[in-house]
Design a protein around this ligand. Structure first.
Ligand SMILES: NC(=O)c1ccc[n+]([C@@H]2O[C@H](COP(=O)([O-])OP(=O)(O)OC[C@H]3O[C@@H](n4cnc5c(N)ncnc54)[C@H](OP(=O)(O)O)[C@@H]3O)[C@@H](O)[C@H]2O)c1
Length: 213
């Protein structure tokens, strides 16, 4: 599948490489490809970089892995015409670090960043997934709990959920809970205030939930 990953942070570049290894045709979107390619953290990353305005033109699926505070602006630069009709996997979190650590959520309870994105790009098929785990676990679930932990896929669009669930399976996920309705992203994003408070006591970001039933 042709996949455009929007985001050059640790999540975007790690997921892009994992999807490439899985056999997908991946490009990464960034504001300034020349500058990003010179960044120390881009050394050794062998995935093409393209400008936001072109990266998703021929993509079949788009991933939003941008900073939560910039996601709407970044996707605006990608362009609603390049998002229309496509699955938009949203891994972002609306974390606000302006008052220091721990961050607060810039949207919560009655709305979510995923729903803001869906409203801004109504012709995209937004699916919230993978925002609940650190990226090393997202691309390699076997790192914790012998691979038997839980991820979620929330969307209004059942077919789009299925496309993302198939990608999650390719990454190695087995326990995937499907949530019907993008408003469920509120719960997935509101896990973050506890997630950031667990990282210190646990001494690692590599942990996850297992929903036992
Ligand atoms: N790190 C993780 O393990 C993890 C786990 C789960 C979810 N997430 C979520 O995934 C997202 C990415 O996280 P991250 O840690 O990889 O990186 P990040 O530092 O949160 O975001 C980096 C990306 O945001 C873009 N960006 C920042 N300001 C922008 C602006 N004003 N306009 C347009 N684009 C802008 C950057 O664009 P340029 O390329 O142009 O610089 C870059 O691609 C976040 O929403 C985060 O909450 C991260």
């Amino acid at each position: 599948m042709r996949i455009a990953v929007i985001g050059t942070g640790v999540f975007g570049r790690t997921l892009a490489q994992a999807l490439q290894r899985a056999g997908h045709d991946v490009a990464v979107g960034t504001r300034d490809p020349g500058e990003t390619s010179q960044r120390e953290d881009w050394l050794g990353v062998d995935v093409p970089l393209q400008q936001l305005a072109v990266v998703a033109g021929d993509a079949e699926l788009v991933v939003n892995a941008t900073n939560g505070g910039a996601s709407l602006a970044a996707l605006g630069e990608v362009g609603s015409d390049h998002l229309a009709g496509k699955v938009l996997l949203d891994v972002s979190n609306p974390l606000d670090f302006s008052q220091g650590f721990p961050p607060t959520l810039s949207v919560k309870d009655t709305d979510s960043l995923a729903e803001q994105i869906q409203r801004a790009f109504p012709d995209a098929k937004v699916v919230k997934a993978l925002n609940t785990v650190t990226v090393s676990v997202a691309v390699d679930p076997g790192l914790v709990g012998n691979g038997d932990t839980t991820v979620f896929a929330a969307s209004d669009d059942a077919e789009a959920r299925e496309v993302v669930i198939e990608l999650l399976r390719e990454l190695g996920w087995v326990d995937i809970i499907e949530l019907d309705g993008l408003s469920n992203a509120r719960g997935l994003e509101m896990w973050l205030p506890l997630w950031v408070r667990l990282m210190g006591p646990l001494g690692t970001a590599e942990f996850n939930l297992k929903i036992v039933r």
